[in-house]
Write a protein that binds this ligand. Structure first.
Ligand SMILES: [Zn+2]
Length: 332
């Protein structure tokens, strides 16, 4: 179904995010078919006792049943506000922040916590550091999965490898952390740039010095060091967040740089950790949903473009207004 969502007072950030998740078919199907019910973990203290996942599933069902052209997501909004009150005010909020909150809320409501001990995953840092990186990444992921297991994690989370190296003694420390978003910097202040330039900037080696210097465990003091990020695991559904809003002390700024990206076949091979780059399976991503922000920092307006699976047509969702749009107008 395709339905617009009524604006309940500056809720375009919420509506745009809902439309993108509703267009994420495997996830929407999980809610629409009711299979999420078997996964609800009402005892998870990190969750909402099922309140958020149930409210969201009801909304997805109403959208997908296709009986209405416009829906007022009042019950869903109320459920969200009971958890985080600032999303309930009438102020404009950040769509990415809301998406992070929503996916995390859904995840915790259906998080299967496996309490069984996993001695096979235990080892000291030195031994971990000596592992082949593909093995280390796998172990780190397995450790994470013992505490975080849901369709959100298995479908939408990836993993980043972060390597720190002391500039003095060359001591290395490698960590593998899960991510829900690839939050990419925009390396140009104006004009346009390619999303690949953003990815290169994100994975470029960075020097940590001065206040940011790394406390080297071998030198036992803060040292000028290098830091490098690469992708050690890619999810089936990848969310890219372009960091348009910058914060410098009390000042906020929005970068209006146009970021060019392919709507089909985004290639991430180059940004994987080197041992994965040679693997045969080339990961390519097609765009099917995007949230756009128009206007300035205070206020502004969010809309979403989502490609419908049935007829492969792009739709522009501007709160309650829905229109078919061309693929080449889907701009971020
Ligand atoms: Zn050192």
């Amino acid at each position: 179904g395709v339905a617009g969502l009524r604006n309940l007072g500056n809720t375009c950030f919420m509506n745009s995010v809902i439309q993108c998740i509703s267009g994420t078919v495997p996830l929407a199907r999980f809610f629409f078919t009711g299979s999420y019910r078997r996964h609800i973990n009402r005892d998870n203290p990190q969750g909402t006792g099922g309140e958020i996942v149930e409210a969201f599933a009801r909304l997805i069902r109403v959208i997908w049943e296709g009986q209405y052209n416009v829906i007022s997501p009042v019950t869903f909004k109320d459920a969200i506000c009971r958890r985080i009150s600032h999303f309930g005010g009438n102020d404009q909020q950040d769509a990415q922040e809301f998406l992070a909150f929503l996916l995390d809320g859904i995840h915790e409501d259906i998080n299967f916590l496996d309490a069984r001990p996993r001695p096979d995953l235990e080892m000291d840092d030195e031994a971990f550091e000596r592992l082949k990186d593909t093995t280390a990444a796998e172990i780190a992921w397995e450790r994470y999965m013992t505490r975080h297991s849901s369709i959100i994690v298995s479908m939408m989370q990836g993993q980043l490898k972060s390597e720190l190296q002391c500039g003095k003694c060359s001591k290395r420390s490698t960590t593998y952390s899960p991510f829900m978003f690839l939050s990419l910097p925009i390396p140009k202040k104006r004009g346009s740039c390619s999303i690949y330039a953003c990815l290169s900037e994100f994975t470029a080696e960075e020097t940590l010095k001065g206040e940011n210097a790394w406390h080297c465990p071998q030198c036992k003091k803060a040292r000028s060091s290098t830091k490098k990020l690469t992708i050690s695991r890619l999810p089936d559904v990848l969310i890219i967040h372009l960091k348009r809003f910058s914060f410098q002390g009390p000042f906020r700024d929005k970068l209006e740089t146009m970021v060019d990206f392919p709507t089909k076949g985004l290639e991430l091979q180059k940004y994987l950790m080197p041992s994965l780059q040679s693997t045969l399976a080339t990961e390519k991503y097609d765009l099917y949903a995007a949230v756009n922000h128009f206007g300035g920092l205070n206020g502004g307006h969010y809309t979403a473009c989502v490609k419908r699976v049935f007829d492969k047509k792009w739709h522009n969702f501007d709160d309650s207004r829905v229109s078919v749009c061309e693929e080449n107008t889907v701009r971020v």
